[in-house]
Design a protein around this ligand. Structure first.
Ligand SMILES: [Zn+2]
Length: 267
C-alpha cells in the first residue's frame, strides 16, 4: 500500500510506524501529529480508514514482527522498552514543555528602568519564603506579569475603562496599581514605617516591592510580608476599595494563625 506523501515525507514508510504498540492500535492523531507535522486530522484519519480491514487485522495480530521493522532511530522508544525506571520520560517532557518567557522578564527591566541580570533569584526567594500555595501562585504570576490589571481588562473588552481602580486618574498597569498609584504608595509608606520597627535598613523602592528584597534575601519574613501585602492590594482592587493598614494587619495575623495551626497539626 502506498503511504500518503504528507507522512511519507517525514520518514513514515511502513504501516507499522503508525501503530501504538502499547494499545495495540493505530496512533491517535494527537499522538502522531508531532511526527507527521500536520494539523490536518482528517487527512490522517482518512488514511487510516482507507486501510483494508484484513490488513489492519493482520498488523495487529503480528505486532512483534511489526515491532522489528519499527524505525530503529526511535531511541526514545527503545529506552522506554528497556528501562524499568522511566523518570527520564518525565524529565524529557518537562524540558520540552518548559518555555522561559524572556520577553516578559525583559519587560521588568524596561518598566523598572534598571538591569536585572538574574530574575531567577526572585523565584528562589519566593520558593524559600512562602509555603502557601495560593500566595506562591499569586507571586509566580506576578513575576511573569500575568496579573489582570484594568489596562489588560480594557483591552479584552471586560472593563469599560483602563483607569486605576483606586485613584481613577492614571491607567492601571502593574507598576501603577501595586506601587505608583498615590493611594498605594501612601499605603506602602505607612506599612514600611511599621516594618522599620522590626527590620533594619529596609528601603521602600519599587523594585524591592514588586520583585523581592534581593539584598535581604535571607530575610524571608520581609519578603513574605511583601507578597501578602501585594496580594491584599490585588484583592482590594477587585473589591473597589482603597487598601487599609488596619485590615492588612488583620490579614497578616490571620495568615500567621493559619500557618501556626498547620505547623502544629504536622507535628
Ligand atoms: Zn491609581
Amino acid at each position: 500500500m502506498k503511504i500518503t506523501p504528507f507522512i511519507s515525507n517525514v520518514g513514515v514508510s511502513n504501516l507499522s510506524h503508525l501503530i501504538d504498540h502499547q494499545r495495540k492500535d493505530f496512533y491517535t492523531f494527537e499522538q502522531i501529529r508531532q511526527k507527521v507535522k500536520t494539523k490536518n486530522c482528517m487527512q490522517y484519519y482518512s488514511l487510516l480508514s482507507s486501510i483494508p480491514k484484513h490488513i489492519k487485522k493482520h498488523i495487529r495480530e503480528n505486532l512483534t514482527d511489526c515491532f522489528n521493522t519499527f524505525n530503529p532511530e526511535d531511541i526514545f522508544l527503545e529506552r522506554i522498552k528497556n528501562n524499568k525506571d522511566i523518570k527520564f520520560v518525565y524529565i524529557s517532557l518537562v524540558n520540552n514543555i518548559v518555555h522561559i518567557p524572556m520577553q516578559k522578564f525583559l519587560k521588568w527591566e524596561e518598566k523598572l528602568q534598571c538591569d536585572i541580570p538574574n530574575l531567577f533569584i526572585y523565584f528562589n526567594i519566593l520558593r524559600k519564603c512562602c509555603k502557601n500555595v495560593y500566595l506562591i501562585n499569586f507571586q509566580y504570576k506576578f513575576l511573569h506579569r500575568v496579573i489582570p490589571t484594568n489596562t489588560f481588562l480594557f483591552k479584552i473588552h471586560v472593563k469599560d475603562s483602563k483607569s486605576c481602580s483606586f485613584c481613577n486618574v492614571e491607567d492601571e498597569t502593574i507598576e501603577h496599581l501595586f506601587f505608583d498609584c498615590p493611594c498605594t504608595y501612601q499605603f506602602w509608606t505607612v506599612f514600611f514605617e511599621c516594618l522599620k520597627r522590626y527590620f533594619n535598613n529596609i528601603e521602600l523602592n519599587k523594585k524591592n516591592v514588586l520583585l523581592g528584597f534581593q539584598t535581604l534575601q535571607d530575610n524571608l519574613l520581609l519578603n513574605l510580608l511583601t507578597i501578602i501585602t501585594k496580594n491584599y492590594i490585588y484583592k482590594c482592587k477587585f473589591k473597589d476599595k482603597i487598601p487599609n493598614i488596619v485590615e492588612l494587619k488583620f490579614k497578616i495575623k490571620n495568615y500567621y494563625s493559619l500557618e501556626l495551626y498547620i505547623a502544629r497539626k504536622k507535628q
